[in-house]
Design a protein around this ligand. Structure first.
Ligand SMILES: Nc1ncnc2c1ncn2[C@@H]1O[C@H](COP(=O)(O)OP(=O)(O)O)[C@@H](O)[C@H]1O
Ligand SMILES: [Mg+2]
Length: 373
């Protein structure tokens, strides 16, 4: 099957599209083989991005405005799929679209979680003429799960290595990991830290740029370690997995609180402090929650392009070998889009896509809604 996977993550930087060919020789999903044909990121236009960020930040909108935003996002996703089809001249069998998360509330005790992805699949199916799977998180949440992280299935299928405790560390807006033990099948994972979200918000507020390119701004500053120590004692970091988070926690007012404690620091020092905080939060989560410290850490997501953040991670995670998933055969920029392509493929074949030991769901579920073209 040829499948286009589509996602825009919590960074709200743009829509990632991956066209993959998926072959399966036997009944077991372990026999799935992936061929990555192409991937491309299509930035959101500024107006659409601003509206998404406003909704994520909890600004009030009417239901009608939310519906219009849902369709605007769906149309943007459909156009992306159509562009991939135009360029490659390959018509996929299926589109698997994660959509854009605008709200995520983890489950609390017996209250189910709630996670809203806009960009409805029906519009994508109608506009492209291709069957579309969307709404991947709901079934897991209905089974009591966090609905996140969902990429662990892909990590388990393609990135574990016998004899090496492996962490697959995605650094998107939020950081999430999959832990793949050296032997056995005790895979688990969780949202473990902020990713680029605080660095991006501070870059925008203090320097007027969308992100800290290659970490150059942070590299010019000095981190205030005493502040970081206090921040790392916050509830989210000490709460045991399963857990998930989003822009609801790491929101503009969270940054404001942080900035109010940074009045003695230069803008470069503030970015250095936030970058060190992000790296330390990731490293602390390994020490607190993983059964074994990893031998190797495979990074993916835009955070891998922040050279200063990666340098700090390498230092904090030593002696683990830190590299990108590119070095083990999975494109690090498009791993999430590839993951949703695989999840859509599983759904089409009536196979479950969540890992209950990761999300906390009570059972495996066939994920998503199928929209016929
Ligand atoms: N060259 C770069 N230097 C530093 N950070 C980068 C670079 N390229 C991308 N990023 C970061 O990666 C983010 C996008 O990462 P991505 O994996 O798409 O996150 P998400 O899954 O949340 O959309 C950007 O917002 C930016 O913070
Ligand atoms: Mg992105």
């Amino acid at each position: 099957m040829k499948v286009i996977g589509l996602i825009s993550g919590t960074s709200v930087d743009g829509i990632d599209a991956a066209l993959v060919e998926i072959n399966q020789s036997e009944q077991s999903i372990q026999s799935i083989k992936l061929n990555f044909i192409t991937g491309k990121t299509f930035p959101y236009d500024r107006q659409l991005r601003d509206e998404i960020l406003a909704v994520c930040a909890g600004e009030p909108r009417s239901i009608a405005q939310i519906c219009n935003l849902d369709d605007a996002i769906a149309n943007a996703f459909a156009q992306v799929a159509n562009q991939i089809i135009d360029v490659t001249q390959i018509k996929p069998d299926l589109i698997a679209s994660h959509g854009q998360t605008v709200f995520h509330r983890p489950p609390i005790e017996s209250t189910l979680g709630y996670s809203v992805q806009l960009g409805r699949g029906a519009v994508i199916a109608k506009t492209t003429g291709i069957m579309t799977v969307s709404d991947f998180r709901t079934a897991d949440i209905e089974a009591g799960g966090q609905g996140a992280p969902m990429v662990s299935m892909l990590d388990r299928l393609f990135l574990s290595q016998q004899g090496k405790h492996t962490v697959v560390q995605n650094i998107g807006g939020i950081s999430n990991l999959t832990y793949l033990p050296a032997s056995g099948d005790q895979v688990f994972g969780f949202d473990n830290a902020p990713g680029n979200v605080l660095i991006d918000m501070a870059s925008s507020k203090l320097f007027g740029v969308d992100f800290d390119r290659n970490g150059e701004l942070a590299a010019k500053g000095n981190a205030d370690l005493s502040l970081i120590k206090v921040w790392l004692a916050q509830d989210f970091f000490l709460m045991p997995p399963p857990k998930s988070t989003g822009r609801e926690l790491f929101c503009p007012s969270y940054l404001e609180q942080i900035l109010s404690q940074c009045k003695h620091l230069s803008n470069h020092d503030i970015l250095a402090t936030l970058t060190e905080f992000t790296a330390k939060a990731i490293a602390q989560s390994y020490r607190l929650f993983l059964p074994d410290f990893p031998d190797r850490v495979l990074i993916c997501g835009g955070g891998y392009r922040n050279a200063y953040l990666v340098k700090r991670l390498k230092a904090l995670l030593a002696p683990a070998l830190v590299m990108s998933t590119d070095q083990v055969g999975i494109n690090s920029d498009f791993k999430e889009a590839i993951a949703f392509a695989v999840l859509g493929y599983l759904t089409f074949h009536g196979q479950c896509g969540n890992l209950p030991q990761v999300t906390g769901a009570k059972e495996p579920k066939v994920l998503g809604k199928i929209h016929l073209a």
